[in-house]
Design a protein around this ligand. Sequence first.
Ligand SMILES: Cc1cc2nc3c(=O)[nH]c(=O)nc-3n(C[C@H](O)[C@H](O)[C@H](O)COP(=O)(O)O)c2cc1C
Length: 274
Amino acid sequence: MTNILSEVHSKEYHMKKSEYNFCIFAPLKNINMTTKAEAFNEIVNERRSVRNYDENHSYDKSIVERSLQRAILSPNSSNMQLWEFYRVISEEKKTKVAHFCLDQIPAKTAHELVVFVARPDKYKQSIKFNLDLINSDDSFEKESRRKKRRDYYKNKMPLFYTFDFLFVLSTIKKLFVTLVGLTKPTVHEVTSINKKVTIHKSIALAAQTFMLSVKAEGYDTCPLEGFDSKRIKKLLDLPRKAEINMVIAAGKGADDGVWYPRKRYGYNEVVKEL
Ligand SMILES: Cc1cc2nc3c(=O)[nH]c(=O)nc-3n(C[C@H](O)[C@H](O)[C@H](O)COP(=O)(O)O)c2cc1C
């Protein structure tokens, strides 16, 4: 399978115009796959960033609810779940958020906008959530693992997520891991900037689960990072420490919703086998 995939991906693949409106990615067309893999392949390949929505098409809001339920199952760093998802459904609020998304057409024409938000300020609540889970009767963890994980949430997580106003703690932590790293493999990403990256990585995974799910439900999305985060935060009544990760436009794509052919680097250009 890997060889066939390498072969079909070896050329840079450029979709033909006739193919790119909600179509199947040609290189994987003739490969035998299980039904599940085929269905997944179709969803991945059919998802495009759709930039114009058919506002007259019927729209079932439960699709977004189901897709967010699935997004919540996404892998996330240490199960801290420092995320929130704001569904902007009312016309009035949607118009405002679309304006704060720099009046981009996908935001203006979407049936709904979902704002993916990072909540680093909620780390204590997440630590408690995980400790409660470890201590709960439902847990089937071995006692030795339970102990290790309890220590992890009680000691490591507060140290990683605590606020570090002047970067003092980050500098001390960085020096410490650099020294430790001289003699053994060590995690070097311990500063408050790394903390932001960690949280946003997890939210991006949730965003991808969400977009694939919406596609699987027969609808479309467009992720947006062109927005005024300050204005959106104010509208959503978010605290200063909250951060906007992405705004995702969702709805039924119009016939002219895909604006560009999809072109990617070839497999051999970006995949390195060791
Ligand atoms: C983090 C992120 C931010 C993006 N921001 C915007 C945006 O503000 N406006 C826009 O039209 N597209 C935006 N996109 C969509 C990308 O341009 C698009 O995913 C890329 O060109 C590949 O096309 P495809 O999604 O159709 O495969 C964004 C995508 C990502 C992942």
